[in-house]
Design a protein around this ligand. Structure first.
Ligand SMILES: [Zn+2]
Length: 55
C-alpha cells in the first residue's frame, strides 16, 4: 500500500501499489498535490524485499 498526503491540506489517502493516483485530493479538491508518505513499516518492508532479492 502507498500512503499519499495532500501537500495543500494534509489529507491522507491510501492506494494500492501500482494503482494510478487519484487525480484530485478528496478533501480540498486540488489537483496534483499528492506526495507519497512512507511509514517506518514500509521502509522495513522494502529493506527485507531487497535482501530477499539479493539472495
Ligand atoms: Zn487536499
Amino acid at each position: 500500500m502507498v500512503q499519499l498526503q495532500c501537500t495543500n491540506c494534509g489529507y491522507r489517502h491510501t492506494v494500492k501499489e501500482g494503482k494510478p493516483l487519484p487525480s484530485r485530493c478528496g478533501y480540498c479538491d486540488r489537483r496534483g498535490t499528492w506526495q507519497k508518505v512512507k511509514s517506518a513499516q514500509d521502509i522495513l518492508n522494502e529493506v527485507s524485499v531487497d535482501k530477499a532479492d539479493a539472495l
